[in-house]
Design a protein. Structure first.
Length: 137
């Protein structure tokens, strides 16, 4: 995990991501302005061959553990779906680690279903993500 965080969550990566076309970040803050959750939506062609080109990815949706159960993730998910609908996307999709049943259950509650898988690396360890989609039509 430390290797993954240090490689993928560098400030330089965030600075680069902020300028990528077709992506948007959203943050939820508590009353004192501390970020407690965030969302990254982006246009990604990875699943175009499965869903067509009119899709949007929830690349990240994270909530600080101390705020789990307070509907922060629900707020971010609804925002994702609203934006996807406003932009007339046919599909919204995401990847979730195969060994994260809590997140899978959350996404299923929102109407997402598994449609494929892909591998990713957490440091040097190969992991598998389920790819989950929700139809917006």
């Amino acid at each position: 995990m430390e290797g993954f965080i240090s490689a993928d969550y560098k400030i330089e990566n965030f600075e680069r991501e902020f300028t990528e076309p077709g992506q948007r970040y959203f943050f939820v803050c508590d009353d004192d302005g501390t970020a407690i959750g965030y969302l990254r939506l982006r246009r990604n062609t990875e699943v175009d061959h499965l869903l067509g080109t009119n899709n949007i990815e929830i690349q990240r949706i994270y909530v600080d553990h101390a705020y789990h159960g307070r509907k922060v993730a629900d707020h971010l998910m609804q925002l994702s779906i609203d934006i996807a609908n406003e932009n007339k996307h046919e599909w919204i999709w995401l990847g979730v680690w195969e060994l994260n049943p809590r997140a899978q259950k959350f996404y299923q509650k929102w109407g997402f279903e598994k449609f494929s898988e892909h591998d990713f690396y957490m440091g040097k360890e190969k992991q598998t993500d389920w790819l989950m989609r929700k139809s917006l039509r």
